[in-house]
Design a protein around this ligand. Structure first.
Ligand SMILES: [Zn+2]
Length: 459
């Protein structure tokens, strides 16, 4: 199977498709569970596969700082099932034992997030951050962002309250920052980001972009769009130099064996401004096709950044309307950091193919459980466009007292391991007594809910 994207029917912009990566085919629309630091919290790779995950997301920033790229290089590659020990330079697949495709972000968003609470000064001024976070704090209201948020999960100690001090300096050359935990200095450039992602063995690599904090004046977003285009061109050039296109093209079988190149995606920025979103998309498309990249020149996919992580969600539909008509229809489109189920459905029906979000896993850890309504399948119609309508599902807080003697499964419509074997009363007890199994069982269920939603959207 090769990559393809076709509209479901004439009445909808929803696309059904597939992305061919060197680690296998990913069916779209797809939701990526997030393995921020090389693990989807509470689950093994075998469990992820069992749940139907086809593609996961790793965070370059976190893995770069801890354990560090040198450690991952030494980890070895995945061992073939029956062919003895692994050989050669290691990668993230081998380190975390995940055989499927991995998408990595550029690392830029986490770096910029260090400065999120600082004065919004650009152009090379040092910005001082002071972020407070505790693991025991309630679920934050703005959950989306893939780890493309200043993650609460960044704390090395689960109990300790941290006051993080850091500094971020953005120039046209790259981003200079200090590790908030040990003060060590780092410099992230477009080339460095690609280099790290290649070393991680990523199958889908993202360019380094600048994602301005909302609200942001037109002038500053314009500057970020320009920098995003410049950095994308540098990423593409470096990527093409490091992984030249095979000539003649490889046979499909050899690609699957890991001999082919990873995919490279650009990221459209531009905030809430129509002219800047259009300009960003046009510039990136031009850069993709003008680079000296060989026969398959052009971007392998197009991401839309800054919607779920910066701008309020009310701008979602507008931004999609600005950008989607401009993007090549034969390439995947990835809406970064989205989202809640109703937002995912609305975005799929607008023509988006790929999603990632911390919501199902993070909310599971806090006892918030997603449940299908009786009209789950019929409500997810081709015409569903309202990102605020939640008619097809509901959530419960399973730790609430009212579930203490409720011996029904979490969701009678769900066939996951948790729902087949445990009651609401049992999960209520586990959460109230802080048993670690509580988070595991809830994570299994919430991910199943999201992955089943995508399964329905693919039909
Ligand atoms: Zn379930």
């Amino acid at each position: 199977m090769t990559s393809f994207f076709k509209r479901k029917n004439n009445k909808s912009n929803r696309r059904i498709g597939a992305i061919e990566t060197r680690k296998g085919v990913v069916r779209t629309p797809v939701f990526m569970p997030i393995a921020t630091k090389g693990a989807v919290k509470n689950l093994t790779p075998e469990e992820l596969k069992e749940l139907g995950a086809e593609l996961i997301l790793g965070n370059t920033y976190h893995l770069w700082l801890r354990p560090g790229i040198e450690v991952i290089k030494k980890a070895g590659r995945l061992r073939p099932a029956r062919r003895g020990a692994s050989a050669g330079q290691g990668d993230l697949h081998g380190f975390m034992n995940w055989r499927g495709p991995i998408l990595t972000d550029s690392g830029g968003f986490q770096v910029f997030s260090l400065g999120e609470k600082m004065a919004n000064k650009q152009g090379g001024a040092w910005r001082n951050a002071s972020l407070s976070a505790t693991h025991s704090s309630p679920v934050p209201s703005r959950l989306c962002g893939t780890g493309r948020r200043p993650s609460l999960d960044a704390a090395p100690s689960a109990e300790k309250k941290l006051t993080i001090k850091s500094s971020v300096k953005i120039t046209d050359e790259g981003v200079e920052f200090r590790d908030p935990y040990d003060g060590k200095g780092y410099f992230l450039t477009p080339e460095k980001s690609i280099e790290i992602q290649l070393t991680l063995g990523s199958d889908i690599i993202m360019v380094l972009d600048e994602c301005p904090t909302f609200p942001c004046a037109h002038e500053k977003v314009e500057q970020a769009v320009k920098r995003t285009s410049d950095w994308a061109a540098r990423c593409k050039k470096y990527f093409d130099k490091k992984v030249p296109h095979p000539n003649p093209p490889l046979q499909k079988g050899r690609e699957r064996a890991g001999l082919s190149r990873p995919l490279l995606f650009c990221i459209v920025q531009g905030g809430i401004y129509k002219d800047l979103r259009e300009r960003s998309a046009r510039e990136l498309i031009e850069i993709g096709f003008s680079a000296q990249g060989g026969p398959a020149s052009g971007w392998d996919g197009y991401a839309i950044g800054g919607v779920a992580v910066g701008e309020p969600r009310k701008y979602l539909s507008k931004v999609l309307k600005y950008v989607l008509p401009l993007l090549p229809s034969d390439k995947p489109r990835y809406l970064m950091g989205l989202g809640r189920p109703e937002e995912i459905v609305a975005a799929v029906n607008a023509g988006i193919d790929m999603f990632d979000c911390v919501i199902p896993t993070r909310e599971a850890r806090h006892g918030r459980i997603y449940m299908q309504n009786p009209n789950f399948k019929t409500q997810i119609s081709n015409k569903f466009q309202n990102p605020k309508s939640k008619k097809f599902y509901q959530t419960i807080q399973v730790a609430n007292a009212k579930f203490a003697k409720d011996f029904k499964p979490i969701d009678e419509r769900c066939a996951c391991y948790t729902c087949k074997n445990y009651s609401r009363a049992y999960l209520n007890h586990l959460f109230r007594t802080a048993e670690p199994l509580a988070q595991r069982l809830a994570t299994i269920h919430n991910l199943k809910f999201y992955l089943e939603l995508m399964e329905i959207l693919r039909k």
